[in-house]
Write a protein that binds this ligand. Structure first.
Ligand code: RP5
Length: 166
C-alpha cells in the first residue's frame, strides 16, 4: 500500500453498491486502503455519526459518502468530522438524482461537502486520491501517469478519426 491512511466509502443503502463499485475500483487501482460500509443518515443515524466522529482516530484520511433521494448522509458525516468528505448524489428516484444532488451540495457554511456529479463515482475516487496525494509523492506520480495516459488515449483516438474521415 502506498498510503497508510484509509479511505472510507459509505453508502446509504446496498442499492447504491453498483455505482460505488466504480469508486472502489479507482481507489484500489491506486493501491489505496478502502473500507466500505452501508450506513444511513436516516435508518442508522447513530452508527453513521459514531463512524464519522471516530474516523480520524481510526486511521481514515478521506470519507466518501453516497446516497440517493433526500441524501443527507454526506452532510451528516461532515458534521461529525474534520476530515474532508466527498459526496456522491445517487440517481435513485423519479427525480433522477437532482433531489440527491441538491441535498448533498447545498451545505451551510462551515460544513463543506465536496460534491461530484450525479452518480459521479469515478471522480469521487480520483478526488479522494488527489486529497491523499497532497503530501504523498508516490500518489502524485501515479496521478500524473494516469493523466498522461488519458491524454495519449484521446490523441490516439483523434489520430484514428483523422485517418477515417480524411
Ligand atoms: C437512500 O435512498 C439510499 O442511499 C438509496 O440511494 C435510496 C434508496 O434506498 P433503498 O430504499 O433502495 O434502500 O437513502
Amino acid at each position: 500500500m502506498t498510503e497508510t491512511k484509509k479511505v472510507a466509502v459509505i453508502m446509504g443503502s446496498d442499492s447504491d453498491l453498483p455505482v460505488l463499485r466504480k469508486t472502489i475500483d479507482v481507489l484500489k487501482s491506486f493501491d489505496i486502503n478502502v473500507e466500505t460500509h452501508i450506513m444511513s443518515a436516516h435508518r442508522t443515524p447513530e452508527q453513521a455519526c459514531k463512524f464519522a466522529s471516530e474516523a480520524r482516530e481510526n486511521g481514515f484520511g478521506v470519507i466518501i459518502a453516497a446516497a440517493g433521494k433526500a441524501a443527507h448522509l454526506a452532510g451528516v458525516l461532515a458534521a461529525h468530522t474534520t476530515l474532508p468528505v466527498i459526496g456522491i448524489p445517487i440517481k435513485a428516484s423519479t427525480l433522477d438524482g437532482l433531489d440527491a444532488l441538491l441535498s448533498t451540495v447545498q451545505m451551510p457554511k462551515g460544513i463543506p461537502v465536496a460534491t461530484v456529479a450525479i452518480d459521479g463515482a469515478e471522480n469521487a475516487g480520483y478526488l479522494a486520491v488527489q486529497m491523499m496525494a497532497i503530501y504523498n509523492k508516490d500518489l502524485q506520480d501515479k496521478l500524473a501517469k494516469m493523466k498522461a495516459d488519458m491524454t495519449a488515449e484521446v490523441v490516439a483516438k483523434d489520430e484514428k478519426l483523422q485517418q477515417e474521415l480524411n
